[in-house]
Design a binder for this molecule. Sequence first.
Ligand SMILES: O=c1ccn([C@@H]2O[C@H](COP(=O)(O)OP(=O)(O)O[C@H]3O[C@H](CO)[C@@H](O)[C@H](O)[C@H]3O)[C@@H](O)[C@H]2O)c(=O)[nH]1
Ligand SMILES: O=C(O)[C@H](O)COP(=O)(O)O
Length: 323
Amino acid sequence: MGEVTAAGDGPAYRASDWTLEALLSAKGDQRISIVIPAKNEEATVGEVAARIIADLGGLVDEVVVIDSDSTDATAEVARSAGAKVFSAREIRADLGSVPGKGEALWKSQFVTTGDVLVFVDADLIDWGTHFVTGLLGPLLTRDEVRLVKAIYDRPMIDATGREEESGGRVTELVARPWLALHRPELAGLVQPLSGEWAIRRSTFASFEVPVGYGVEIAAVLDTADRFGVDAIAQVDLGLRTHRHHRHDTLGLMAVQVLAAAERRRAAAPGGGSQDASVTLRQYARGPEGFEPRVSEVGVGERPAGVTVGMPAHAERGTRAESR
Ligand SMILES: O=c1ccn([C@@H]2O[C@H](COP(=O)(O)OP(=O)(O)O[C@H]3O[C@H](CO)[C@@H](O)[C@H](O)[C@H]3O)[C@@H](O)[C@H]2O)c(=O)[nH]1
Ligand SMILES: O=C(O)[C@H](O)COP(=O)(O)O
C-alpha cells in the first residue's frame, strides 16, 4: 500500500489494497452510511443502490438515497431496490429547501446514522462496488485521514458509444487551473471534483456546505485548511463512466465550483446565505444573431450541520470531531 497525500507525492491507494474481511475487522463498531444523491436518475439509481446492498450488505449499515426534487420515478425505483429514500425537501423542513446536489448531501446528515459517510453519484454506468470498499479503506485504517477522494479514468462516451477525448471538463478547465493558481499544494489531487468520496460524519458536520456543485471543492479545501493536506487520501478505482452534461449546464456547474473555491480564498461574495446566486449569461445563435440566456446560479452555502442540531442518533459521530 502506497503512502499518499493529496499532494500526490506517492502512489494512490488502490481498492484492492483491502479485502472485505480486513475492512469488516477495521470497522469495529463504527456505522457506515452510503448516501446517493439523485435528481431524475430513474435509469441508474436502482442498479447503483441494489448492487451495493447485494455485495456489501455485511459492511454497510444503510444505503440512503436523497431524492433531490426528482420529477421522474427515482424515489420509487430506489425504494424497490432496497434503499431508504428521503426527499431532500422534506428533511428538516424547518431549515427550508434550496435546489442542488450540495443541499442533498447536507440534508443527508440529518437522516443518516453512520459515523462514516460514503457519497456515491446515482448516474454511474461503469463502476463497481469496489468504489465503496476502496473509499472506506483509508478512513477505516488510518486515524489521520478525514476525506477520501475517488480517482479514476473517466472517458467520455458519445451517444453512439464512441469514446471521445477524456471527460472531466470542469475539472480540467476550472478546478485544476484554480488549484494551480491558488493552492498548489493541492495540485496532486487527481480528481478534485470526483463525486464519490468518503468522509467522517464529524468532519462533514463541521463544514459549511455549498448547496450546488461546489460541495466537492469545498470539502477538499476545508479538509486541507482544517486538518492539513495529509488528511486527504486518494484511491484509484480504475474506470468510471457516467451521464454527461452539455457545455451550457457545465457552465453553471463551473460557476458553483468557482464560487465555493473563491469564497474559501477570501471572504468573497456569493456564499453566506443559502439563497445567494450569481447571474450567468450564455449565448447561442438564434434567428436574430446571438441571443443571451440568463441563469441565476445558486451559490449559497448551508451552515455547519452541528450548528443547527444533529438528530440524537447522529450525536456519537459528531462528538467524535475532536479526534
Ligand atoms: O440538483 C441536483 C443535481 C445533481 N444531483 C445528483 O448529484 C449527482 C452528480 O450530479 P451530476 O449532474 O451527474 O454531476 P457530474 O456532471 O457528474 O459532475 C461531477 O462534478 C461535480 C462537481 O464537483 C460533482 O458534484 C459530481 O458528483 C461529479 O460527478 C447525481 O447523482 C445527480 O443526480 C442532485 O442530487 N441534485
Ligand atoms: O467533473 C467534471 O469535470 C464534470 O463533471 C464534467 O465531466 P465530463 O466532462 O466528463 O462530463
